[in-house]
Design a protein around this ligand. Structure first.
Ligand code: CTP
Ligand code: CA
Length: 222
């Protein structure tokens, strides 16, 4: 018999953590994206790793480095991220979808640099919903989503939890006095598909992440 290491309660669990912003090209030198920094996702990946999980990081554009001890696949667009996850999820148990995929892509990417001389418009097409696609392909696997909402956050987050077939969703609130994107702090609500709710008050992203994982993976808190 092999004793489990009490310091590594997630030993044997295989987790994919997505992080950062995906980027959609406009021409060879320009893109549209969003302000996600990747801090939450990387903090989540580190914490899961230190608890013993096997962690694979799928990262868009991040302001912070992915630690060298974590295997990482870099992706550019939302469609790239979807493809990588569709191929790799079969080897994992849980998806922690902390990335901020670009919601739109440019309908026709210019193959040469667009000149500044005159006005022009971009036509944007909605990108596929990665979580919704993965839920179709992998009906049994655990998936945790993240949401960032300005108002009506609770009902929007709960609607996404249901619509995307998630096991849990972590809601980041943006208010006039606090914006979590890029900040070193956060405060979140966690909602689970079986109706549990957990509020984690303002703290460093590391501490908030520790509590999210204690709650969702170790059943501690709330
Ligand atoms: N997400 C996804 N595929 C997308 C966009 C988002 O899988 N194309 C994931 C995010 O990584 C996150 C969750 O869905 O875990 C909620 O993201 P959010 O941007 O709040 O959801 P959207 O469906 O894009 O809704 P909205 O129009 O409010 O941005
Ligand atoms: Ca979105």
């Amino acid at each position: 018999l092999i004793d489990r290491d009490p310091m590594k309660p997630l030993e044997g669990m295989r987790v994919i953590v997505t992080t950062g912003a995906t980027v959609e090209p406009i021409d060879p030198v320009r893109y549209i994206s969003n302000f996600s920094s990747g801090k939450m996702g990387i903090a989540l990946a580190r914490r899961l790793f230190f608890l013993g999980a096997s962690v694979f990081v799928v990262a868009g554009k991040t302001d912070v480095a992915v630690p060298s001890y974590l295997p990482v696949q870099r992706v550019t667009t939302t469609e790239d991220m979807l493809q990588v996850l569709q191929r790799s999820f079969s080897n994992y148990d849980v998806l922690v979808m902390a990335a901020a995929p670009a919601d739109f892509r440019v309908s026709t990417v210019a193959d040469t640099k667009i000149k500044r001389e005159k006005e022009f418009s971009l036509q944007l097409i909605p990108n596929p919903d990665i979580l919704a696609h993965l839920r179709q392909d992998y009906p049994q696997k655990q998936m945790i989503g993240f949401a960032l909402e300005m108002r009506g956050g609770e009902s929007h987050a709960k609607e996404k939890l249901k619509r995307k077939g998630l096991d849990a969703i972590v809601l980041n609130m943006v208010s006039p006095e606090f914006h979590p994107m890029g900040s070193d702090e956060n405060e979140v609500y966690v909602y689970t598909k079986d109706g549990k709710e957990y509020f984690i008050e303002r703290n460093s992203k590391e501490e908030v992440v520790k509590r999210i994982i204690d709650f969702l993976f170790l059943g501690v808190g709330a």
